[in-house]
Ligand binder design. Structure first.
Ligand SMILES: Cc1cc2nc3c(=O)[nH]c(=O)nc-3n(C[C@H](O)[C@H](O)[C@H](O)COP(=O)(O)O)c2cc1C
Length: 381
């Protein structure tokens, strides 16, 4: 299979699986525990159907939206994800360039493999900085100042990862940073030599956002230990309220799932909330984002931008979320498999296919702009 044969999410996934050593593919592909939330994330979109209108005159379609003060040409953005240069040597640089080409936003993770500053210089498109809250408050402030100085538009604090999810696929392969592969895991690398050659002939792996805190060469600190030793499990609403004041700009919480928390997020000054279960990678058995969207929009939809991620694979998934009241939709694996499969051309193809699907689906729905979508377009089964 080649890139030109990839027409949808599953095609990119198949190609990524072919190219990547098993432990890396499974790190991207996996969820936590029994992966039940992970599965429900996408099937939830099938609990309702779109009801189209016809004969409305749909020659020109405007897909643009404004979310957290950022004007995007389409309502889909690349959610921040860790370790992208491990999936393809172009990593974050490829994702940022593809997002810019399609006029949308992207995020750089705290566990990103290219520095926030470098990416900010590379592209003009809006950039989100995904943040974890550290025990050391001075470090939190220093990291925010660094983000501000490099021109980051949106701060996104991840709140669903107070401890790591139980990813059993990674336990089996020994995937961790630095690698602690099991014998089986090593064998899976051995049978994908092209990945290894590519990896070794490009810039050395690093985590520039955290390199002062994680020792990549020794066995000193792994990402797992970083979570335990550096991040603050006692983080609470007052801490975040202080952070928001300090940031003094667009600020959202990623991983809000309850109506009460959405309300509190508004009360402490967030300008957005991301309904997310981390792509089914944290609390298994938690509700899917789409199932939970309506009640959160009903609670705070008039006051902040409600965004959704987890499980989105298709243009019609996006239209269902927007009809329900989301302002924009984040994707993770939808661009990660294409990145792994083919680098920047892969991500560009995936975003291009998404834009075509959205345009086609809007026409078939009889809508010319995103603000015409409403719950009147949806019926639950
Ligand atoms: C491989 C991988 C790494 C991720 N790394 C991060 C991260 O560093 N920080 C974060 O807030 N979310 C991270 N996420 C979660 C994504 O930002 C997003 O919430 C999730 O992928 C959405 O679900 P989807 O993959 O079904 O689209 C990661 C997801 C994946 C698949």
């Amino acid at each position: 299979m080649r890139l030109s044969h990839c027409h949808n999410f599953q095609d990119f996934r198949t190609l990524a699986k072919k190219r990547l050593p098993g432990p890396i593919f499974n790190y991207i592909d996996g969820g936590s525990d029994d992966e039940s939330t992970y599965r429900r994330n996408t099937t939830a979109f099938e609990s309702c159907d779109l009801v189209p209108n016809v004969l409305t005159g749909v020659k020109d379609i405007d897909l643009s939206v404004t979310v957290m003060g950022q004007k995007l040409d389409m309502p889909v953005y690349c959610s921040p994800t860790a370790l992208q240069r491990l999936f393809h040597h172009q990593g974050e640089r490829a994702v940022a360039a593809a997002a810019e080409k399609y006029g949308t936003m992207f995020g750089v993770s705290s566990f990103g493999t290219v520095s926030v500053e470098e990416i900010a210089k590379q592209v003009k498109t809006p950039q989100v900085y995904q943040f974890y809250f550290h025990k050391d408050r001075g470090l939190n402030r220093a990291m925010m100042e660094r983000a501000k100085a490099s021109g980051i538009q949106v701060m996104m604090l991840t709140v669903d990862s107070i401890t790591g999810g139980n990813r059993e696929r990674d336990l089996r392969t020994g995937f961790s940073i630095p690698f602690r592969l099991t014998l089986g895991g090593m064998l899976q690398f051995a049978i994908k030599p092209m990945w290894g050659i590519n990896y070794l002939t490009h810039e050395k792996f690093s985590l520039p956002q955290l390199d002062e805190h994680i020792d990549m060469d020794g066995s000193a600190t792994s990402i797992g230990e970083y979570f335990t030793n550096m991040l603050d499990p006692s983080m609470n609403w007052d801490d975040v309220a202080e952070m928001i004041k300090f940031w003094d700009g667009e600020f959202c919480l990623k991983g809000i799932m309850s109506r009460e928390d959405a309300r509190r997020a508004v009360d402490i000054g967030c300008t957005g909330i991301v309904i997310s279960n981390h792509g089914g990678r944290q609390l298994d058995g938690s509700r899917s984002s789409f199932d939970q969207l309506a009640e959160i929009v009903d609670e705070v939809g008039d006051e902040v931008d409600v965004i959704l991620d987890s499980g989105v694979q298709r243009g019609t998934h996006v239209l269902k979320a927007l009809s329900m009241g989301a302002k924009a939709v984040g994707v993770g694996r939808m661009y990660l498999y294409p990145l792994a499969a083919a680098g920047q051309p892969g991500v560009e193809r995936a975003l291009g296919l998404m834009r075509s699907e959205l345009e086609r689906d809007m026409k078939l729905m009889g809508k010319t702009s995103v603000d015409q979508l409403s719950r009147a377009n949806l019926r639950f089964r």
